[in-house]
Structure formats: C-alpha cells, structure tokens
Design a protein around this ligand. Structure first.
Ligand code: FDA
Length: 309
C-alpha cells in the first residue's frame, strides 16, 4: 500500500468513529451511497434482500447495525431487535443466521449486562436452531469478546462463535486454543485501525498470516467461515481443500453484501457454501466508512453515483 493510500485509509477510519459526522450522515439518509453496501434501514428491507440471495443459492448472516452505543437503553433496543430478527428468520424460513457486535450490546458500558443480553439472544437462537456470530471489533474488545463466546460455549450453547482477525499478532495462538475447543470461527483480515505494536503493518504479512490461519483451521476440520473477497486466496482455498481432501462441509466462504456479487454467485453454483453478510438499520455510518477505507476506489465510485442522481 503506498503512503498516500495509507494516509487516506487512516483518515477514513478516523471518520468512522466521529460522532458528529455520523449523526449528520445518518440523518442525511442512505443518499451518501451507503445503499451499495447496506440492505436498507428496516428489517423488511433486509429480509427482502436475504430472500433474493437465498434464491441465488447464497445463505446470509444478518446484521442489525448499531455499535458503540452510549446507553443501556440502546443496548436493550439491540437485544429486542435481534430477538425480533430471529423470529423473522424462522417465520420466513430464511436460510441464514445473525452477526452482532458486542459494543452494540453495551460491552463498553457494562460487560456483565452485555454478556447477559447476548446470552438471551444466543439462547433464543439455539431454541430456533440458528447460529449467532459475535463480530470482532477493535482490539480493546478482543479479550472480552473471546471470553464471552467461550463462556457461552462452555454453558452448552454451541450455536455461537466469533471472528479472528489475521492482522493481529495474537491470532495464531487464539486460533490454536479455540480450535482445540471446537469453536466455529470466521477468519478475516481485519477492518480497524490498529498500531504496529499489535498488528502486522503490511498487507503482505496480513495475507500470509491469513493463509496460515486458514490452513490450521482447514486441517483441523472444525467448521470455519473464510471471509474474504480476495480471489487469489479463494482460488488457493479451493485447490488446498481439493488436494488435502477436506470436505466442503467443513467450511464456507463469506463475503459482504454488495461486494463481488458475481463471485458469490459463481461459487454457490460450483456447490460451495457461500454466505453473504447483510447489514441493515439506521446506524449504518461506521460500517459504511469501513467499507470505503478497505478500498479507497469506492470513494470515487460513490461520488460518481451521487452526481448521477
Ligand atoms: P482485500 O482487502 O485484500 O481485498 C481483496 C479484493 O476484494 C480487493 O482487491 C477488492 O477488489 C475487493 N474488496 C475488498 N474490500 C472491498 C470493499 N470494501 N469494496 C469493494 N471491493 C472490495 N473485519 C473485522 O475486523 N471484524 C469482523 O467481524 C469482520 N467481519 C467480516 C465478515 C465478512 C463476511 C467479511 C467478508 C469481512 C468481514 N470483515 C470483518 C472485514 C475484513 O476484515 C476485511 O476488512 C474485508 O473483508 C476486506 O478484506 P478482503 O479479505 O476482502 O481482502
């Protein structure tokens, strides 16, 4: 990554956490171009998109957006929103599960409340036979997120799992321990701004670590979601699993809603399990800015689409 791109990415990720910019943008609505990455502001919008994806052979994981909240009332709203969402997935026979962010359930405000609230969602999901993924946020929350899924797992709630970010130095050890515990993991490269003291600064090192983590998980055959749009990595996974006789039932590919859709469809046609991460809700701003930061060319794309309106 050249220095200009790196600076641009850092500035965008700084904006993701800016409260004033967030309030302004979310009031302004989806017109900023967020609809390319966000299924809509309501659950019905998301269910409609989920059905379309299911029709194309693609499973979904639904994310009711909202992170870094400032009161436990907001955490309660998230919990109720997810409980509604689980009922809707069941009622509408959606081929899908849910992803949630621990800070949306109050992790930064009251960790015990957060754990209890997530427990109630995971219990209800277990009753309905639905899996719950705790997304991984920035590094202040890594330990607490892993601790929460571990606790729930040990309580017998095996329908829960989390995410490991290849950019963190610690991830090799986390994968080793969580694989021993048969935890369902999603592997990603990592989307937040982290210092070089804890995260690989270069893309090449992150990619190399991602491959190491993928290999460790595939060899273990503990169910793994490989979440990337990186075509060369996807090709490598296809050839590694073929040559090592790793069954397709041991892993799935995941991609984000609105990104590389033809690739999602072609993998599904080839018979791989593919899951699209479908976010919805009014609190779409931080999610949207992280997508811009991943690929600065998106900013140009969004700007062009604004002028076309
Ligand atoms: P990479 O960044 O190398 O991109 C490969 C190619 O994919 C690019 O060249 C481009 O063509 C395309 N691409 C990638 N991002 C794009 C974008 N935003 N817009 C358009 N094209 C794009 N992170 C995290 O920290 N915690 C989490 O819980 C999750 N959860 C998660 C779920 C799912 C299903 C996915 C796919 C990703 C995440 N992530 C995440 C995000 C992840 O960490 C990472 O930031 C993005 O996936 C981008 O990295 P790639 O692996 O796609 O590779």
């Amino acid at each position: 990554m050249d220095i200009g791109t790196r600076l641009f990415r850092t500035a965008l990720l700084g904006l993701a956490g800016n409260r004033a910019a967030r309030a302004f943008s979310e009031r302004y609505g989806m017109k900023l171009g967020a609809s390319r990455f966000v299924a809509g502001e309501t659950m019905d919008d998301a269910l409609q998109q989920a059905k379309k994806l299911n029709d194309a052979g693609i499973a979904v994981t639904l994310d009711f957006l909202g992170e870094s909240i400032s009161s436990l009332d907001e955490a309660k709203t998230s919990e109720l929103g997810y409980l509604d969402l689980l009922q809707a997935i069941d009622r509408e026979a959606i081929k899908g599960n849910v992803s949630l962010k621990p800070t949306q359930f109050g992790l930064a405000l009251d960790p015990a409340y957060c754990q209890e609230s997530i427990r109630s969602v995971v219990r209800e999901a277990s009753r309905l036979g639905i899996f719950v993924r705790l997304d991984m946020e920035d590094s202040p929350w890594t330990d607490a997120t892993i601790r929460m899924v571990r606790t729930l797992h040990q309580e017998g709630l095996t329908n829960v799992g989390t995410v490991i970010q290849a950019y963190l130095y610690r991830s090799g050890q986390d994968v080793k321990e969580l694989t021993r515990e048969k935890m369902n993991l999603r592997l990603v490269k990592g989307a937040y701004k982290e210092p070089a003291s804890i995260a690989f600064p270069s893309k090449k090192e992150v990619d190399n670590n991602m491959r190491r983590l993928i290999r460790a998980r595939l060899d273990s055959k503990v169910y793994t979601a490989i979440a990337t749009h990186d075509e060369s990595m996807i090709r490598w996974v296809k050839s590694y699993t073929k040559s090592h006789r790793i069954p397709r039932s041991a892993f799935e590919f995941q991609m984000l809603y609105g990104i590389r859709t033809p690739l999602q469809e072609s993998l599904a046609r080839e018979g791989y399990t593919v899951r699209s991460y479908v976010p919805f809700g009014q609190s779409w701003y931080p999610y949207f800015v992280r997508r811009l930061a991943e690929r600065p060319a998106n900013v140009g794309f969004i700007a062009k689409s604004l002028f076309k309106r």
